[in-house]
Write a protein that binds this ligand. Structure first.
Ligand SMILES: C[S@@+](CC[C@H](N)C(=O)[O-])C[C@H]1O[C@@H](n2cnc3c(N)ncnc32)[C@H](O)[C@@H]1O
Length: 205
């Protein structure tokens, strides 16, 4: 099976579980999503939207475009949009193959997705170009811990995590965002530094 097909199958299988997690009222991630997405507004692109975990945190006047490589995840995200009444359109596509006109969105959101791309810097650069000049790029990512011992453990189990879950455990998210050329306005690290909340602005010529 081709690698792309393998990844789609892996995430299709996880869609029901993501939909169940989305319905929780409590959970370690809920406060973080709420804190980050308080800055989401307008015409919003959510990359790798999954089962729509963020929909309940968007303002009621937002309009969402949700993209994901997994058709099963998109079906669950459609249910999340219907539950919240937020207007949304969905695209099944790999981010790497997606094109939008420059400056198309007021806000670009990625939660727990930069771990998954084969070339994360080029996806972040696309996000940079698709965001309006005065827009926001909001990221909640998991990656390399700020603790050395944990970094070593993450590095050791990264191949297994990629094989069985489809994402990487040990990426340095701040370094990737810097390499993509975004301007970081604020960054908070949670959960032993494994979770990165990043508020960024596009940098365009
Ligand atoms: C860890 S889940 C996160 C889902 C959601 N953003 C959330 O916060 O719950 C990663 C998501 O990325 C999607 N994905 C993985 N690789 C992708 C790619 N190359 N292009 C688009 N979506 C991708 C998966 O299908 C999955 O829904």
């Amino acid at each position: 099976m081709e690698e792309r097909e393998r990844i789609i199958t892996l995430y299709n299988k996880q869609a029901k579980q993501y939909a169940r997690l989305r319905k929780r009222k409590n959970g370690f991630d809920q406060e973080w999503r709420k804190e980050l997405l308080a800055f989401a507004r307008g015409n919003i692109l959510e990359v790798s939207v999954g089962a729509g975990a963020n929909f309940k945190f968007y303002p009621p006047d937002a309009v969402i475009t949700g993209v994901d490589i997994s058709p099963a995840m998109i079906e669950k995200a459609k249910e999340a949009a219907a539950e919240t009444g937020i207007p949304a359109q969905f695209i099944v596509s790999a981010l790497e193959e997606l094109e939008f006109a420059p400056h198309s969105f007021d806000t670009i959101v990625s939660t727990l997705s930069i771990c998954a791309y084969s070339d994360p810097v080029s996806v972040l650069q696309k996000m940079n170009s698709w965001c309006k000049k005065d827009g926001n790029i909001l990221l909640m990512e998991h990656g390399q811990s700020s603790y050395k011992l944990l970094q070593w453990v993450q590095h050791a189990y990264d191949p297994l995590q990629y094989r069985f879950i489809g994402c990487h455990a040990d990426r340095d998210m701040l370094q990737l965002v810097h390499r993509a050329g975004l301007e970081i306005i604020k960054c908070e690290r949670k959960f032993m530094g494994i979770i990165y909340l990043i508020w960024a602005k596009p940098v365009q010529k």
